[in-house]
Design a protein around this ligand. Structure first.
Ligand SMILES: NC(=O)C1=CN([C@@H]2O[C@H](COP(=O)(O)OP(=O)(O)OC[C@H]3O[C@@H](n4cnc5c(N)ncnc54)[C@H](OP(=O)(O)O)[C@@H]3O)[C@@H](O)[C@H]2O)C=CC1
Ligand SMILES: N[C@@H](CC=O)C(=O)O
Length: 358
């Protein structure tokens, strides 16, 4: 274990950030000498001293306004690294601007734990760059919660590969929020009623159109495809969007104000395409064709009462992983696929994993 102290810098104090700060920040075993030294939001940051209780940072006086928080964070990473401390950045935002900093932060000496899916689902060029820099500078990048929240999907895939058991395909209900919505929705309901309930529980993305539009599932498919060692880009994944064109360009606030269009459009689609279906599930899959080229898709499918998808508890995700060894009898992983508690727990697992390796 490293004799150097570790500074933890937390970017994002929203639903997931607050859950981690209140449940876990004060529980890091003392042997790691790891301290939360900074909290960063979109336009504010606060430095915490060694004696601060991190969870109190949320309400502490002393937050400073800045219109360039990320430059402050760059500086803080540089300062702590040059004091020969280990630095771990927790990226608990959904921000592309934050995700675009990873290469620089790794080079500057930081390790990264993220719930943010941006980097894992970015272009192959950027993704490979981050991987290369992590290896070159011997920095850790952990992102388990980007797929299935706290469920151990990526480690299951890695273990298959370590056992020389290549992955053949992955299918499932990858979205905790869409699971929550569609396991309870009944034809004739206003879909937006269930959407609001999912958002109130912290299951959706900050902008729920990322879930409804299929982007969130597509990102997860891409992250898992790359974990399986396959080369794929986000725009190669075929997704069905449930967001009407008329609502796609609105701000997130405006979208919430116009849910009647969302309900009406969904009802029209349902009547036109599956008028007798009683249950739906948003399913995604990625697999390789005979030429070893990966293909991925995600769409809302009608399901019969006998389908395994019909009995998922609301909010549960499931992953059916087929490999050479687990093929006709695949590996199944199921459990809560979203939510502040399980996601914060997954972040903490990734953090402790890095601390143990330093
Ligand atoms: N909900 C879930 O179940 C799961 C969520 N995730 C991921 O967790 C991440 C966070 O989600 P959630 O907590 O719901 O999001 P929230 O919108 O609740 O919080 C986002 C936080 O990020 C901050 N932020 C945004 N942009 C920047 C920026 N440029 N610089 C610094 N801080 C910034 C916001 O600042 P401010 O407070 O000023 O607005 C806010 O504190 C997302 O990437 C999501 O995909 C992953 C797995 C499961
Ligand atoms: N919005 C996501 C949260 C986790 O990534 C989901 O619904 O699964």
């Amino acid at each position: 274990m490293s004799l150097q102290p570790t500074s933890i810098l937390v970017v994002g104090t929203g639903t997931i950030g607050q859950a981690w700060l209140t449940r876990y920040a004060d529980t890091i075993p003392l042997q790691f000498q790891a301290t939360v030294r900074g909290l960063y939001r979109s336009q504010q940051y606060i430095h915490l001293d060694n004696n601060s209780v991190p969870s109190h940072g949320l309400t502490a006086a002393g937050w400073q306004y800045s219109n360039d928080v990320l430059t402050q964070l760059d500086q803080d990473i540089f300062d702590y690294s040059h004091r020969h401390e280990q630095v771990i950045v927790l990226d608990l935002t959904a921000s592309s601007a934050v995700g675009q900093r990873y290469a620089d932060w790794l080079r500057a000496g930081a390790h990264i734990v993220c719930a943010n899916k941006y980097a894992g689902a970015s272009s192959s060029t950027y993704y490979e760059q981050i991987r290369r820099i992590s290896r070159q500078y011997q920095r850790h990048w952990r992102y388990n919660t980007t797929v299935g929240a706290g469920l151990p999907i990526q480690s299951a895939i890695r273990e298959r590969l370590h056992s020389a058991d290549p992955i053949r395909g992955i299918e499932g209900n990858f979205s905790g929020s869409l699971s929550w919505i569609f396991q309870q929705y009944q034809p004739g309901d206003q879909l937006s009623k269930w959407l609001r309930a999912a958002a109130d529980q912290g299951l959706t993305e900050p902008d729920p159109r990322s879930d409804l539009g299929g982007l969130d599932v597509a990102r997860k498919l891409l992250i898992l495809a790359r974990e399986a060692g396959w080369s794929l880009e986000l725009d190669e994944i075929q997704v069905q969007s449930l967001v009407p064109d008329s609502l796609a360009q609105l701000s997130s606030e405006e979208f919430w104000q116009h849910l009647e269009h969302f309900d009406a459009e969904f009802e029209r689609w349902r009547q036109r395409t599956h008028p007798t279906a009683q249950k739906f599930c948003y399913i995604g899959a990625v697999e390789r064709d005979v030429d070893a080229k990966p293909h991925a898709w995600a769409r809302l499918e009608p399901i019969s009462p006998s389908s395994p998808y019909a009995s998922l508890p609301p909010g549960n995700a499931n992953f059916v992983i087929r490999s050479e060894l687990y093929n006709t009898n695949p590996l199944l992983i199921q459990g809560p696929g979203a939510g502040p508690e399980v996601t914060a727990a997954g972040i903490h697992t990734d953090l402790l994993d890095i601390l143990q390796q330093l």
